[in-house]
Design a protein. Sequence first.
Length: 120
Amino acid sequence: MKKKTLVLGASLKPRRYSNIAINRLRNYNHEVKALGLRSGVVNDVEIDTELILYTDIDTVTLYLNPKRQEAYYDYLVGLQPQRVIFNPGTENPELYTILRANNIEVEVACTLVLLATNQY
């Protein structure tokens, strides 16, 4: 089953892991939404710069350091995803607690590895 995914911390720079993740997710035919500081398009995915309450988000994959995540706590809970993936460098025990209290699964992993090993 394909999972509708929000890439939070999306970048237009091809060398950024968030950019690579958008491309890989699309290669695996997942529907992708993206939120970043600058608007633009990666693959066929438009990067939004304003908080949109997307519907039916299964997974949020984070590419923001813990300090920058604080501004998104309420937003993430409001999306009610099934899970949030904390990629390397995004680990945040405070946010884990908030998400778990709202019945949102926390996964500390690398989206790219999950995709490559068919565990996404």
